[in-house]
Design a protein around this ligand. Structure first.
Ligand SMILES: *[C@@H]1O[C@H](CO)[C@@H](O)[C@H](O)[C@H]1NC(C)=O
Ligand SMILES: *[C@@H]1O[C@H](CO)[C@@H](O)[C@H](O)[C@H]1NC(C)=O
Ligand SMILES: *[C@@H]1O[C@H](CO)[C@@H](O)[C@H](O)[C@H]1NC(C)=O
Ligand SMILES: *[C@@H]1O[C@H](CO)[C@@H](O)[C@H](O)[C@H]1NC(C)=O
Ligand SMILES: *[C@@H]1O[C@H](CO)[C@@H](O)[C@H](O)[C@H]1NC(C)=O
Ligand SMILES: *[C@@H]1O[C@H](CO)[C@@H](O)[C@H](O)[C@H]1NC(C)=O
Ligand SMILES: *[C@@H]1O[C@H](CO)[C@@H](O)[C@H](O)[C@H]1NC(C)=O
Ligand SMILES: *[C@@H]1O[C@H](CO)[C@@H](O)[C@H](O)[C@H]1NC(C)=O
Ligand SMILES: *[C@@H]1O[C@H](CO)[C@@H](O)[C@H](O)[C@H]1NC(C)=O
Ligand SMILES: *[C@@H]1O[C@H](CO)[C@@H](O)[C@H](O)[C@H]1NC(C)=O
Ligand SMILES: *[C@@H]1O[C@H](CO)[C@@H](O)[C@H](O)[C@H]1NC(C)=O
Ligand SMILES: *[C@@H]1O[C@H](CO)[C@@H](O)[C@H](O)[C@H]1NC(C)=O
Length: 423
């Protein structure tokens, strides 16, 4: 998405851009259905982001991936609940990975009783350098997804469910089990998170009064610029970054019992920098107390171009009801060429997940080919170039205006001269 940087200048196009992101499926939605004979018993439309911690030969590593478009229902393990088995939706993806939801009902409500995530450590494309191999299964039995029978459960807000060393974040979810027909019931039960975040939440049967308006926290101002570097095993600097960073996070506040949106500046002198360098991937990890921000840069060795391909945020702030995790591994930001650094002085917003975006200020990075601990010549972002164009355009427009006024004045004067002569 090369036009990203133009977004801020063409402020009026921003809504269009966000819509376009939605349509292009930056949050990939999958549609899953369990059938028995001709009738559908479970249907789910959702996006899911999986975050998995695993051990590598040296340490531990994190991977995050979204449920791919190719995800499909495993008909053999899924069931509608015949022969005493509970209804079970099992979605399989890539090689040997699966996500399962099992359901139960008490006659008036249905709920997800447990979530099962199965991942295949032998899949080295997803788990590079994994110490273990084979299938790992983790289960969570506190899922918190439930709705009355014959009513669709709907939750647009991200909801994270933890299981073992993994976390699954669902968003844009619509789901129903024990379905009376073959389509999702039109009546919807909206999850609590949606009721408190969206301004357009439909009226719901719950009796909770409108939440008391809480004063918005004062914005923290522009963040300080920090210089961060990663050294390789021989002690030379292999990744350099200079930037101010501001996190924009939506999470469920414990004290306010609702979703709040908070801007938090990264303080460079409280930050511990780590990371790794490689031929085609490099990472920068910034840790500040209970916040860990991880950048992954990728290089295409055929084209010698690199870009920021992944951002991952883990945060466990005191007012959070649960630790926050958001990540995206299919980003395409900060594009530049090997042997050059990337620069963007203008503020940029990097959308990572529905609940997390990152604002960058006065940024310069070079994740590959750093020589002598110095930035190489910079490729400047379109935004900076546009920014420089604005005075020129404004100047040209003003000059044009002056010219038009001058011409109008001259013509007007000629006309009025003609008028006087007839008297
Ligand atoms: C499914 O539909 C086909 C044709 O529509 C019909 O012949 C068959 O009996 C149906 N099966 C069940 C289990 O209802
Ligand atoms: C892991 O350890 C080996 C030696 O034991 C070392 O060569 C390698 O660079 C280490 N990898 C990382 C990512 O630290
Ligand atoms: C890797 O696996 C071996 C054997 O299972 C284990 O002893 C070792 O502690 C593991 N290393 C890490 C870093 O977990
Ligand atoms: C796990 O992944 C490996 C490598 O991709 C594959 O050979 C194996 O069949 C997978 N296991 C299962 C159970 O699918
Ligand atoms: C989760 O649900 C499935 C399907 O009902 C069941 O087979 C499995 O044993 C359950 N796991 C746990 C830990 O309850
Ligand atoms: C079913 O579960 C819901 C929610 O847990 C509860 O409010 C309701 O009373 C239960 N109904 C029956 C018939 O047990
Ligand atoms: C759900 O719908 C089915 C078919 O329309 C009906 O038989 C059943 O009684 C309904 N259940 C509830 C709890 O409303
Ligand atoms: C933070 O993100 C929200 C949407 O999640 C957006 O409306 C808001 O403008 C952002 N604020 C800043 C300062 O970027
Ligand atoms: C938080 O809000 C939910 C509904 O939005 C309510 O059910 C719950 O009791 C509240 N919890 C506290 C501690 O106020
Ligand atoms: C961080 O920097 C500010 C000024 O830039 C300084 O006042 C403060 O003491 C520094 N904090 C630490 C922990 O170094
Ligand atoms: C590198 O770029 C070329 C041309 O854009 C593309 O065809 C190729 O798939 C890319 N390779 C990787 C590993 O992304
Ligand atoms: C998050 O913080 C709380 C309290 O500070 C702590 O009890 C909890 O273990 C932390 N969770 C994680 C995953 O670090």
């Amino acid at each position: 998405m090369g036009s990203t940087s133009k977004m801020k200048v063409l402020e009026s196009l921003a809504p269009l851009f966000i819509v376009c992101l939605g349509i292009l499926g930056c949050t990939r939605a999958v549609s899953l259905e369990v059938k028995e004979g001709n009738s559908t018993c479970i249907k789910a439309d959702l996006s899911a982001l999986l975050f998995i911690t695993y051990t590598t030969f040296n340490s531990t590593s994190n991977v995050s991936t979204s449920l791919p478009d190719s995800t499909s229902v495993d008909a053999a393990s899924s069931s509608c609940g015949a022969a005493g088995r509970p209804p079970w939706l099992v979605a399989v993806f890539r090689s040997g990975h699966a996500l399962g939801l099992s359901f139960a009902t008490n006659g008036s409500f249905y709920s997800v009783t447990n979530l099962t995530l199965q991942y295949n450590l032998s899949d080295t494309s997803l788990f590079p350098q994994s110490n273990g191999s084979g299938i790992v299964t983790v289960v969570s039995s506190s899922v918190g997804i439930w709705a009355p029978l014959n009513i669709t459960y709907r939750c647009a807000s991200p909801t994270t469910i933890r299981a073992g060393g993994a976390a699954v974040t669902f968003s844009a979810m619509r789901l129903e089990a024990y379905m009376p027909g073959n389509d999702l019931s039109p009546a919807e039960s909206v999850c609590a998170a949606d009721q408190t975040t969206t301004t357009t939440a439909p009226p719901t049967p719950t009796t909770t009064a409108a939440p008391a308006p809480t004063p918005a926290p004062t914005p923290p101002g522009a963040p300080k610029t920090g210089v961060f570097s990663v050294t390789n095993s021989s002690g030379t600097v292999c990744l350099l970054a200079k930037m101010g960073l501001q996190l924009n996070v939506s999470y469920v506040s414990q004290s306010q019992n609702k979703t709040v949106q908070e801007l938090v500046n990264v303080n460079p002198n409280l930050t511990i920098t780590s990371g790794s360098c490689g031929g085609t991937t490099a990472s920068l990890v910034l840790t500040q107390q209970t916040t860990t921000l991880n950048f992954t840069f990728s290089m295409n060795s055929t084209t010698s171009k690199y870009h920021l391909s992944g951002i991952n945020l883990l945060a466990n702030w005191s007012d959070m009801t649960a630790p926050f995790s958001a990540s995206n591994t299919s980003l395409d930001y900060l594009r530049s060429t090997l042997g050059r650094s990337y620069m963007c002085n203008t503020e940029q917003t990097l959308l990572v997940a529905p609940a997390f975006s990152l604002n960058t200020f006065r940024l310069q990075v070079q994740p590959f080919g750093v020589k002598a601990s110095q930035f190489a010549a910079a490729e400047e972002c379109q935004l900076d170039q546009d920014q420089m164009l604005i005075p020129i355009i404004v100047g040209a427009a003003l000059a044009g205006l002056v010219l038009i006024i001058l011409i109008a004045y001259l013509i007007g004067r000629k006309r009025s001269h003609a008028g006087y002569q007839t008297i």
